[in-house]
Design a protein around this ligand. Sequence first.
Ligand code: HEC
Length: 150
Amino acid sequence: MEKSRIDIADDICFDSILSKTGKNISSAQSSNSIEQLYPIQDSILQVLKAACYDCHSNNTNYPWYSTIQPVAWFLNRHIVEGKEELNFDEFGNYSKRRQQSKLKSIASQVNDGEMPLTSYKLLHKKARLSGKERSMITKWFMEKYDASRN
Ligand code: HEC
C-alpha cells in the first residue's frame, strides 16, 4: 500500500521527531534476529538484506539523497512504520503467534509483489526482485510457516 498525499502533513510532524532523535543505525549485533532463529541460506539472506532491511531491521543504509527534504521525511516514515510491522532483527522476540503470522504475510507480500514498496524500487535496483527471487523467498517463508504450525 502506498501512502496518499493526504498523509503529507502528518508525515512532516511525525518524522521531524525521528530526525531529531537520529538515524536507524545500530552497532549492536542482534541476538534475536531471524538468522539466529532459522538457518537461512545466503542466497535468500542477501536478497532480504538488499530489498527489505532498510525498512525492516535495525540498520538502514541511508542513500545520499536521504538528507534532502522531503525525501527524508518519507524515508523515515517508511522506516518507522516498516519496523513497527516487521523487524527482522527482533523476530526472535515476537510471540509464536506473531512469528507465524509474519512468516505467512512475508510470503504473500513478496508473492503478490506488494513488497518492497514501489517507491523504494524506483531508486533501489537491487530491490527489484526477479521472478526467481520472488518464488525462492515465497517458498522459504511458506515452508517455515507450515513447519511452525505443527
Ligand atoms: C521503503 C521501505 C520498505 C521496504 C524496502 C520494504 N518494506 Fe515492507 N513495509 C514497509 C511499510 C511502511 C510497511 C507498513 C505499511 C504497509 O503495509 O504498506 C510494510 C509492511 C510489510 C509487511 C506487512 C506486515 C504485516 O504483518 O502486515 C510485510 C510482511 C513486509 N512489509 C515485508 C517486506 C519484505 C519481505 C520486504 C523485502 C522484500 C519489504 N517489506 C521491503 C516498508 C518497507
